[in-house]
Design a protein around this ligand. Sequence first.
Ligand code: PA5
Length: 479
Amino acid sequence: MVPYKNKAWKEEMAVRLDFNHVMARFMGEHHGVFDGEIESLLPEAKEIHNDIKEKRARGDLPFMDLPDQDVKPVLELAKQLKKRCESFVVLGIGGSALGNIAIHGALNHPFYNELSKTGRKRAPRIYVLDNVDPDHLAGLLDILDLKKTCFNVITKSGGTAETMANFLVCQKALIDALGREAHGDRIVVTTDATKGNLKRVADREGYPCLVIPDGVGGRFSVLTPVGLLSAALAGVNIRELLAGASFMERRCRKMKVWENPAYFNAAVHHILNTKRGKHISVMMPYSNALYGVADWYRQLWAESLGKRRSLDGREIFAGQTPVKALGTTDQHSQIQLYVEGPNDKVVTFLAVEGYGRKMEIPKSYEEMEGIAYLGGHTLEGLIQAEQRATEYALTHHRRPNLTLTLKAINPFSLGQLFMLYEIQTVFSGGLYRINPLDQPGVEDGKVATYALMGRNGYESQKEALGAAKPKDDKYVLAL
Ligand code: PA5
């Protein structure tokens, strides 16, 4: 084994992308990408690459510089919180929650919260609350010992209705349990440095604050304190996570599409989407641990690229619909559709070369061939064989698919994944000629919620909502 964190270790841990089965050579002309199509993108790619470089130099793409941040404040706060709580609840939504879920799912024990305190190395249980379902929140409050619980309220804008509502409910529960005075060191805020209502509340209440750097949007914020605090608290090596992101960021500096994994993946998806009718991008990890990454990717790809207008104002309705599936589970639910249904998808397998645990399948019932063949193999061998089998089935039916292989699931490889897909998304924005960093559709929904909930200043939107959506009772069926 190469020594940990050596240059050679990092090279060994590099994620690998296999694009064979998206290329026309294997998929045929109707469903695959020709080398020449990649070549013809080169002038445009050069333009986008230079634009990314300029924006980065101007400080407009600060997510790319996150690997260099000073993580001491996060580590220090995590150390203090560890002494204070046995449960830690993240309150956030979208980009202020999905990165946390992805990190914990990938890097913690699969049943982390069920482990004993010793099993968790005295770190708190971690919960991420990203909905305002009353049954769910009430259920969580039922099981928490509020005297030993801390909350991390995360919102970049400092005003998202769901997060603020959950905050108010949890704050009251804490005050009821501990008293006004004592509740203050049980809430930590992660938000903008100066703007937003949550920042005002934090200043008034004296809650400790971590800052989401300017210009880092929600879905690009997993490597800011948004994702890092709860990760550090659970014992994840956040420096290694950032080292992985840095390693990938360097790999994605090359202008040549063929040599830049983020650009190549973006180019392939763009061609398949705009020229071959692949309107759906499926991410299918063969690992329960990486399922949260597929969810994180779903938001990144959907919110960044799903845009009505191009930068020059034309109506283009850009974007691919991202879908998550889990191998092998969804082989028994989705694969029939992917193999024989509409040929409108490109599938990305997330494969793992070395799982953390070895599980041998015992030899038994040797007289029954239908069972005996499994004996002596490992579960790792089986899940890897099933991934290759699904890849074979898709390829055989000319369904474009690519495989991203992780040597192992660790902070270094996860950091690479995050950075790869973030850069890929920005480059894709260039190919679609849209702004991948805004989300006007999400903002529309937020404004409509404010209006419906009677927030002052949103009266005209409430009227407009009523007028825009008249309903006819004849279309409402009571069964
Ligand atoms: O990526 C985004 O910008 C959004 O998905 C936000 O993360 C989400 O809407 C939550 O916003 P906020 O962090 O402001 O509460």
